[in-house]
Design a binder for this molecule. Structure first.
Ligand code: FAD
Length: 323
């Protein structure tokens, strides 16, 4: 039976995050020919609605309010519940991002429905859809079916492919007025640390360094390699604890979870807590001078050697390929 599915789009600096398109892809599978409605929140976001249609949205409901310029749990909760009240969806899809992880349990509890979080793939479609999600820090996967109404899932970035972009495909946009009140927090401004521009959670290539990198200067070749590959730099907690880099780069059980197409781990031993954040990457390349390092157990390609020799060689080779 075809379903109406509501997706929450995520923006950053008034641009759509890629996970929004992946969530629409998941919603299409669930809707089985039904309608995919995208909820878009912000203070001045209408301009990005067209891109949502190009990736499969049938309709976009925009809620604009000065208090939605930056995410707050209270503000987004009120706006999303208003969209749910209007649309009465059969299913809801969020990205499994920091925002999605914070908001989805609140919304699920208000709707008194179940939540299948961190979905990495969907088998089947419509009523027979089965949701696959990692458990035990990625050591096993479970297959979940649900008859909750609405069905509610969050999708892990970089796992579910978005639909092919159909440039110029339009759709209908409507504005919903929501009175955002009683906020416990009002965010006036967000100051972000300067980054290389690629969001670590959504990066297709991650070059991560560990304690073996030995200093913050030691991270410079990793930044160069990441930039050449159009990727982002990550780190183990060992490197963050040693103050070689910022904690915002930490990958693992208590850091970010990433699933890039290519993960290069340099000077990382492969502790279980680190693997929890990266072992589902599509291709893993490990560089470590210890041939017994645990990271080689999950690596597709292992390079036993000194990262200070290997990384510059990789940079040289990639530069040569690009000429
Ligand atoms: P090390 O284990 O010290 O490994 C350094 C590696 O570098 C070694 O394998 C060494 O052979 C190699 N090396 C050294 N020099 C070179 C060189 N020149 N060239 C090549 N290789 C070299 N860790 C995380 O990463 N993420 C988490 O989210 C996380 N959460 C945790 C939560 C809890 C509750 C606990 C208890 C721990 C957590 N940890 C986490 C820490 C984790 O257990 C490890 O201590 C940490 O991952 C080790 O970091 P590392 O691999 O960089 O350092």
């Amino acid at each position: 039976m075809s379903k109406k599915v509501v997706v929450l789009a995520e923006t950053r600096d008034n641009s759509l995050r890629n996970v929004s398109f992946e969530a629409i892809g998941a919603a299409k599978t669930i809707s089985e020919g039904g309608e995919v409605v995208v909820a878009l929140f912000g203070s001045d976001v209408s301009a990005v609605a067209d891109e949502l249609f190009e990736y499969g949205a049938d309709r976009v409901v925009i809620v604009e309010h000065p208090h939605l310029k930056y995410y707050t749990a209270d503000g987004y909760n009120q706006a999303f519940l208003a969209v749910v009240e209007q649309e009465n969806p059969d299913a809801i899809v969020f990205g499994h991002t920091a925002l999605g992880k914070d908001l989805s349990p609140k919304v699920a509890s208000r709707l008194d429905t179940g939540l299948i979080s961190d979905v990495t793939s969907i088998e089947g479609s419509g009523d027979s859809a089965e949701f696959i999600r990692p458990i035990y820090s990625g050591k096993a996967f479970e297959r979940v079916v649900s008859d909750s109404k609405p069905l509610f899932i969050t999708v892990r970035p970089n796992n579910i492919a978005p639909l092919d972009q159909q440039v110029g495909k339009g759709g209908s946009t409507e504005k919903l007025t929501v009175d955002i009140t009683n906020l416990r927090t009002i965010v006036e401004n967000v100051v972000r640390k300067a980054t290389d521009g690629v969001d670590l959670s959504e990066a297709k290539v991650v070059v991560a360094g560990g304690r073996g990198v030995k200093s913050s200067e030691g991270f410079e070749p990793l930044h160069e390699l990441a930039k050449l590959l159009g990727g982002a730099v990550g780190a183990s907690r060992g490197a963050c604890d040693a103050d070689y880099c910022d904690y915002s780069l930490q990958i693992g059980q208590t850091g970010k979870v990433v699933t890039p197409d290519l993960y290069i781990a340099a000077g990382i031993s492969g502790a279980i807590q680190h693997l929890a954040g990266m072992s589902n990457s599509k291709i893993i390349v490990a560089i470590n001078k210890d041939p017994e390092a645990n990271i080689f157990k999950v690596a597709d390609y292992g390079i036993v050697g000194d990262l200070f020799d290997v990384v510059p060689l990789l940079i040289e080779e990639i530069k040569a390929l690009k000429i």
